[in-house]
Write a protein that binds this ligand. Structure first.
Ligand SMILES: *Cc1c(COP(=O)(O)O)cnc(C)c1O
Length: 392
């Protein structure tokens, strides 16, 4: 039997990513492939850089999409800034801080860990104590939006602390970019990475990054070469650099870049602050429905991410069976808990194009149908609806 074309089902993606991709972005992917050094493509690359500067709220010249997923953006930041023997203070309050530690150690650096409970924000007091105790530290690294729990940390305060103690601020913004307030220049972020498939609602596989002038100087003046050839910004800049002469470094994923361009044009047209407001508003509607049903949230209200909602699973409910039924009967994907929260929470994503009223009403009614007697019936959709129509 010959294998036939793959026809994926049409799902509603309300997990931790990838998020729903807008049809405009999917159709951009199908445009004709051209050469990655074609002057027309190079012109589009320049637009992508400008659009990324807007999304990140930065003037940083070194603002580019890495041709690989968010994890590669993470690795690009650590590989370029950490040299063997460097000390890095790493904040961990979920899965991704743990990956930062791995990165530091693989680059030959020393990770000084600041631990907070899963579901809590990074505690600036603990960070300041670590900065005081480790004057040799070169970098402070933290996750702005911890997708494994749904907690938001105070990036502005943490960056100010980093600079006060003469450290570079390295920030994971994979889930925050486009979903909540993020200001690279105003907050003094020195190195930042994100992903295409969360609040930008693009297809997975591209990681926007940006480096401040201070970080760029550090990269240029390294004593040892960057241990990754592919992610070495000194080489990547020959392809993505400021002047119009572009040298071959790697073949950019041409069509994926069309998709990112389209996603960023849509963000520009909506307006960044409007996108932040939309995520907040849709979160309030989801919250109203979830609470009316009798379910609760893990993260305290003040630190809760609108785009990633960790909802507690009621006693006696089979986590995996519920998610399977949502997928099979409603074509709805929500996320499982990770690490210490595995089996205790569902992660409901409201990222980018997924943060829409119709998705919230689908999610609430599907959950109600699947959970039956475990939740209060018949009130969730109305509670969300009144939040959606009542206040803006
Ligand atoms: C998703 C995510 C990543 C990794 O991105 P990939 O595109 O899956 O490689 C890193 N950090 C955070 C906070 C994320 O949510």
């Amino acid at each position: 039997m010959p294998i036939s074309s793959f026809q994926p089902p049409v799902r509603t993606l309300m997990g931790p990513g990838p998020s729903d991709v807008h049809p405009r972005i999917l159709s951009a992917l199908a445009r004709p492939t051209i050469g990655h050094l074609d002057p027309t493509f190079v012109g589009m690359m320049d637009e992508v850089k400008t659009l990324l500067q807007y999304a990140f709220q930065t003037q940083n010249a070194l603002t580019i999409p890495v041709s690989a997923p968010g994890s590669a953006g993470m690795e690009a930041c650590f590989a370029n800034l950490v040299e063997p023997g460097d000390s890095v203070i790493v904040c961990q309050n979920g899965v991704f801080g743990g990956r930062m530690k791995e990165n530091v150690e693989r680059m030959g650096g020393i990770a000084i860990m600041v631990q907070d409970d899963w579901g809590q924000a990074v505690d600036p007091n603990k960070v300041e104590a670590a900065l005081k105790a480790h004057p040799e530290a070169k970098i402070l690294a933290f996750v702005h939006a911890e997708t494994s729990t749904g907690a938001r940390s105070d990036a502005k305060t943490l960056c100010a602390l980093a600079h006060q103690y003469d450290c570079l601020a390295l920030v994971d913004a994979v889930t925050s970019l486009g979903g909540i307030e993020l200001r690279v220049d105003d907050w003094g972020i020195d190195a930042i990475y994100s992903g295409s498939q969360k609040c930008l609602s693009c297809t997975p596989g591209i990681s926007p990054v940006s480096f401040s002038e201070r970080a760029t100087e550090v990269i240029k003046n390294r004593k040892s070469p960057v241990q990754s050839w592919f992610l070495d910004m000194n080489l990547v800049m020959g392809y993505w650099g400021g002047d119009s002469k572009r040298a071959y470094h790697h073949t950019a994923p041409v069509n994926a870049m069309y998709a990112l361009h389209e996603a960023l044009v849509m963000l520009q047209d909506e307006g960044l602050e409007n996108a932040w407001r939309r995520h907040a508003k849709q979160h309030r509607a989801l919250r109203a429905g979830i609470e009316a049903m009798g379910l609760g949230f893990v993260v305290p209200e003040a630190n809760r991410l609108p785009q990633l909602n960790s909802v507690t699973i009621p006693e006696g409910v089979d986590d995996a069976a519920v998610r399977a039924q949502l997928l099979n009967d409603f074509n709805l994907e929500i996320g499982a808990g990770l690490g210490v929260l595995a089996g205790k929470v569902w992660r409901i994503g409201l990222m980018g194009h997924a943060a829409r009223a119709e998705n919230i009403l689908l999610c609430l009614s599907a959950l109600e149908a699947v959970l039956g007697d475990h939740v209060t019936q018949g009130v969730a959709v109305a509670a969300a609806q009144s939040e959606l129509t009542g206040k803006i």
